[in-house]
Design a protein around this ligand. Structure first.
Ligand code: ADP
Length: 375
């Protein structure tokens, strides 16, 4: 930094399973190993070992690392910006674990392990919620008694902020339009849509926790809360069952039996009606949010598709953007089908609204924010 040169990159997937996958890429070649990696500690230790390895590594010693940037999912009301990790910051991340139990404890563990592996480095926390701190109160509050907001912080916090910030800044630079109305649609395993006015998050589809809004890999998104009461009172679910049902067994998985959108598309192409219906439901949900946020913003300059599905699924993009001419949205099939790992426009020449595919890069955004903070 600041040249943004990637020295090496890598990933540890499926931590806790016997089939964990470790990948690493640098100027010295690629490594891929499969096998058991039991914990986040073991995963991060593996990364540190390869970084420092005399043959395959890129560092002479751990002191060469000046800064470690961490993605932290929930920063609640306390963090509207990236923060240098202190004992107080760690305590707050721990406290917000009650709001993000699947994420914050692991994020904190990563920080603690990185402090041990790179003791000379500054640790920086980049919060997924921070970008959404600009949302107006009318979009943050739920219509429940005020004390739950005032005293207990029950409100929309919003997530995927690092990604929405990164791609919306790219779009603003590409469109050369500081004053703009954008919809950033992040479609990965988790999915969300953010309405961004003049570079600031205004409305957002995830909520108090990352479960509301769009249909996700295994999360239901929007659901009438009376379904939950019916599950408990009539069908005998307990609350833990309901939680597992709505976060791990629903969404595209619950509708089709498949988690990966590639499988669902292949099945739909082979005539699997449940898979086709799930794709149609998914696109319909996204369309509803596009319509409602366009109305709330009173206009729309561009839609951005990003993350694993948004960047790669021409099928879903086409379903979403079909029959949207009323809103001035029209896509070019050939451009939509063309694959490329760079920012691209897929709208027709006469489309009033630009439709952009922008590869997200949360690691780079975290690095940029950490670099800015440390100077
Ligand atoms: P995460 O939220 O875990 O970061 P990603 O952004 O990596 O998720 O997105 C994962 C999703 O992207 C998976 O559902 C996967 O099926 C989908 N995906 C990846 N490549 C393709 C592709 N070529 N076509 C359709 N979907 C894809």
């Amino acid at each position: 930094m600041p040249s943004e040169t990637v020295v090496c990159s890598g990933m540890v997937e499926r931590i806790g399973s016997d089939e964990a996958v470790f990948t690493f890429k640098s100027g010295k070649g690629k490594i891929k190993e499969e096998g058991a990696i039991g914990s986040h500690r073991a995963g991060l230790k593996k990364i540190a070992d390869v970084l420092l390895d005399a043959e395959k590594g890129v560092l002479k010693n751990s002191a060469e690392v000046d800064v470690v940037g961490h993605r932290v999912v929930h920063g609640g009301d306390s963090f509207s910006a990236t923060a240098l990790v202190t004992e107080v910051v760690k305590k707050e991340i721990k406290e917000y674990a009650t709001l993000a139990p699947l994420h914050n404890p692991h994020n904190l563990e990563g920080i603690i392990i990185a402090e041990q592996l790179f003791p000379q480095a500054k640790q920086i926390a980049v919060f997924d919620t921070a970008f959404h701190q600009t949302m107006p109160v009318k979009a943050r509050k739920y219509a429940i008694p005020n004390e739950l907001y005032d005293e207990h912080g029950i409100q929309v916090y919003g997530f995927h902020g690092t990604s929405h910030k990164y791609v919306s800044e790219k779009a603003i630079a590409y469109l050369k339009k500081e004053e703009s109305k954008l919809l950033s649609i992040h479609l990965g395993n988790g999915c969300s849509i953010t309405a961004i006015v003049d570079g600031k998050s205004m409305y957002h589809s995830l909520g108090f926790a990352p479960g509301n809004g769009l249909i996700m890999g295994s999360r239901s998104g929007d659901i009438d809360h009376s379904v939950i009461f019916h599950l408990v009172h009539t069908l005998g679910y307990d609350l833990a069952d309901v939680n597992t049902l709505l976060t791990k067994k629903s969404g595209m998985l619950g509708l089709t039996g498949f988690n990966d959108l590639r499988d669902i598309q292949t099945e739909a192409g082979n005539g699997n009606a449940a898979c086709q219906l799930a794709l149609d439901m998914n696109a319909y949900r996204i369309k509803k949010y596009i319509g409602s946020y366009t109305a709330a913003m009173n206009g729309l300059d561009a839609i951005i598709f990003t993350a694993g599905i948004g960047e790669n699924s021409s099928v879903l993009r086409k379903l979403v953007c079909t029959d949207m001419d009323f809103l001035g949205i029209s896509i070019d099939d050939l451009k939509n089908e063309t694959r490329a790992n760079v920012l691209r426009e897929i709208n027709t020449d006469d489309s009033k609204v630009k439709v952009l595919v922008i590869p997200t890069n949360e690691e780079l955004e975290i690095a940029k924010q950490a670099f800015e903070l440390c100077g």
